[in-house]
Design a protein around this ligand. Structure first.
Ligand SMILES: C[S@@+](CC[C@H](N)C(=O)[O-])C[C@H]1O[C@@H](n2cnc3c(N)ncnc32)[C@H](O)[C@@H]1O
Length: 374
């Protein structure tokens, strides 16, 4: 497993825990990269002909495809194992995180209270996390994004970072997060004159995308928001441990407390697929309100677009909605972001929606970008 940076807040697995976590990476690779790729052939060669024999026609709609696939023991076996691998991933990471809960809370308190701290932590005791985050444990993360066990608990952030490392097959979490690096390259190429004074990262989780902005723009004031207090405590302590100045706030991306025109650059990473359509539209309106003239927003996410896909491809991609607690996965996949950015108040000729070129083996990330006239 590659961890490009070590810091004080990372949970330290015992040898047994590390071995189980290594096993989970291999298990998930076998499920997601290996067996999953055989499903199209299974459908074409066995399942669709069998369905046609029984019903007189090939499965056409997504529901018919789901019925046909769901009746097949090989598919059911794969689906059960893929779900079990995801649950085991969080359990294996939870073993380290919950064993280390007190050390993590104490370390976070020390780093947050240190006179050498560079950023800040601004939790709002009156803040109620949105139901979209509390009603389900998104992608099965134990306790969900908003988990706070009290006593300065940081477990949600520790789970997110350590679990995310396994989720990404051991790549891409560290000081220079790959998503932020892609967005920064895009910004440098598309807006070479942009010298942001204030930057906002929305839906920052453990802050692994926020820190690279503080490092890349040392003269800018960097702010990051999320709804989870346990997530934010961890993110702040992690940033301090890495020597990065980031100001973390407990706020909703659709209704922050910042004044109009406060930021020159607003970013988010992999947040859009985890918020409802109403929150996403509110977040785009909020981006427009918060941007100063000449300011830019870049909302990056996974390249999951349903437009142009076959019903079988949509069926395959909807596995996460049904089995991995991703309630907004398809809401995002079906979203048409260009008209949404216009409705949010951006000019039609100051919008760019599309893919970023893949680099270093990453996904070809997707961005919804808009900017204000000078
Ligand atoms: C997939 S994670 C983001 C990952 C992170 N940006 C990164 O690059 O590592 C989605 C985050 O969005 C947060 N979130 C969900 N709804 C939100 C909202 N309405 N406002 C702000 N953050 C929200 C969740 O708590 C979660 O931490």
């Amino acid at each position: 497993m590659v961890r490009s940076v070590q810091h004080e807040m990372l949970p330290r697995p015992t040898a047994d825990e590390a071995s189980r976590q290594q096993f989970i990476v291999a298990f998930k690779q076998a499920m997601n990269r290996g067996l999953r790729s055989t499903q199209g052939r299974l459908f074409e060669a066995v399942i669709a002909p069998g369905y046609e024999q029984r019903t007189g026609h090939a499965p056409r709609t997504r529901d018919e495809i789901r019925d046909a696939m769901g009746a097949d023991p090989a598919y059911r076996g794969w689906s059960s194992l893929a779900r079990a691998a995801q649950e085991q991933m969080w359990i294996s990471v939870g073993d380290s995180v919950f064993r280390e809960r007190e050390r993590l809370a104490d370390t976070a308190k020390r780093l947050s209270a240190s006179s050498a701290r560079r950023g800040s932590l601004n939790l709002d005791p009156q803040f109620v996390p949105p139901r979209g985050v509390t009603a389900v444990d998104i992608h099965l993360q134990t306790g969900g994004y908003a988990m706070d066990l009290g006593g300065g608990d940081c477990s949600a952030g520790a789970l997110y970072e350590a679990g995310g490392n396994l989720y990404a097959f051991g790549q891409g979490i560290g000081r220079t997060d790959s998503k932020a690096a892609h967005v920064q390259r895009f910004i440098a190429a598309r807006f070479p004159g942009l010298k942001p004074r204030r930057i906002l990262d929305m839906g920052c989780s453990a802050g692994s995308s926020s820190v690279p902005y503080a490092l890349a723009f040392p003269d800018a004031e960097v702010h990051a928001i999320d709804v989870g207090s346990g997530m934010l405590r961890y993110a702040h302590a992690r940033a301090e441990s890495l020597g990065a100045a980031v100001h973390f706030h407990q706020m909703d991306c659709a209704a922050t407390g910042f004044p109009d025109g406060f930021f020159d650059l607003i970013v988010s990473h992999n947040m859009m697929h985890e918020i409802s359509g109403a929150t996403r539209r509110g977040m785009l309106r909020e981006s427009r309100r918060l941007l100063t003239p000449g300011g830019v927003c870049v909302h990056q996410d996974v390249p999951l677009r349903f437009n142009g896909l076959s019903e079988f491809q949509k069926f395959e991609l909807s596995w996460d909605t049904l089995n991995n607690n991703e309630p907004y996965w398809e809401v995002y996949a079906n979203a048409d972001l260009e008209p949404e950015l216009r409705e949010a108040g951006f000019d039609a000729d100051r919008i760019h929606v599309g893919s970023l070129p893949a680099a270093h083996g990453s996904l070809p990330w997707f961005v919804a970008c808009a900017w204000r006239a000078e």
